[in-house]
Design a protein around this ligand. Structure first.
Ligand code: GSH
Length: 227
């Protein structure tokens, strides 16, 4: 299989975690932001990464959207499962996954890029990096008021996810909900505020990466939970 990705995208991390969890071998192709759409639109009709090319006879050529990639992988190789078979639990996982994708992953992006262009500029002050950050901020309309809304949304989400400190998010086993939360909240590992106030979150993120055989995200590589 071939994963078309942006190497730094948390949605692409989600797809890599799922491939790693299933133990499926795959290659990655890192796309260049800006010209990525030229390659992706003819394949999927969309411009977002990740896109998975299964390279399996009889399967579709390309799968866009991390949620569709996860459901494809669960059908392609059911063991170990990402989605429960019990209908109520499955609905819960689907709802959580959709909320994390559509709301929390976006809020994380806002808060992360706001930090990288201000207080966290020292992480990479190079002109190239700062230019990319400014382009992303503009592309997604990251005004100060919207960043404030995003950070409030994250605070509520982290309260709602408290259960994760001690248990799986749904039922009594690992599911796509745990995997999605780990991927989409992982950029917060670079922000001292979250590291200080939510140590349990990063312990969970590390655990999920280890389970899925995926290298730890930036900020957690040394497996130290200190800031
Ligand atoms: N809901 C999508 C979101 C993916 C997404 O937002 N990807 C961003 C990178 S983090 C992207 O490729 N943006 C480029 C674009 O929209 O053209 C998913 O789960 O795959």
């Amino acid at each position: 299989m071939l994963l078309l990705q942006f190497s730094t995208s948390h949605y692409c991390r989600k797809a890599r975690l799922a491939l790693g969890y299933k133990g499926i071998s795959y290659r990655v192709e890192n796309l260049t932001p800006g010209i990525h759409a030229l390659k992706l639109r003819p394949l999927t009709g969309l411009t977002t990464t990740p896109v998975l090319l299964p390279e399996v006879p009889g399967e579709v050529e390309a799968i866009a959207d991390s949620t569709h990639i996860l459901t494809f992988l669960d059908r392609y190789q059911p063991d170990p499962p990402l989605f429960p078979t019990e209908p109520n639990l499955r609905n819960e996982v689907n709802l959580l996954e959709d909320w994390l994708d559509e709301s929390i992953g976006v809020a994380t992006r806002f808060v992360y890029y706001d930090y990288r262009s201000g207080e966290g500029k020292a992480l990479d002050p190079s002109l190239a990096s700062q230019a990319v950050i400014q382009i992303v901020r503009k592309q997604y309309g990251m005004t100060p008021a919207r960043v404030t809304l995003a950070s409030d949304r994250l605070a509520n989400a982290l309260d709602a996810l408290q259960r994760w400190e001690k248990a799986y998010l749904v039922g009594d086993r690992f599911t796509a909900a745990d995997l999605t939360a780990a991927a989409l909240l992982s950029p917060l590992a670079r922000l001292p505020y979250y590291r200080q106030n939510y140590p349990w979150l990063f312990a969970r993120i590390i655990e999920v990466h280890e389970r899925c055989h995926e290298p730890l995200p930036p900020g957690l590589e040394t497996d130290s939970l200190s800031v």
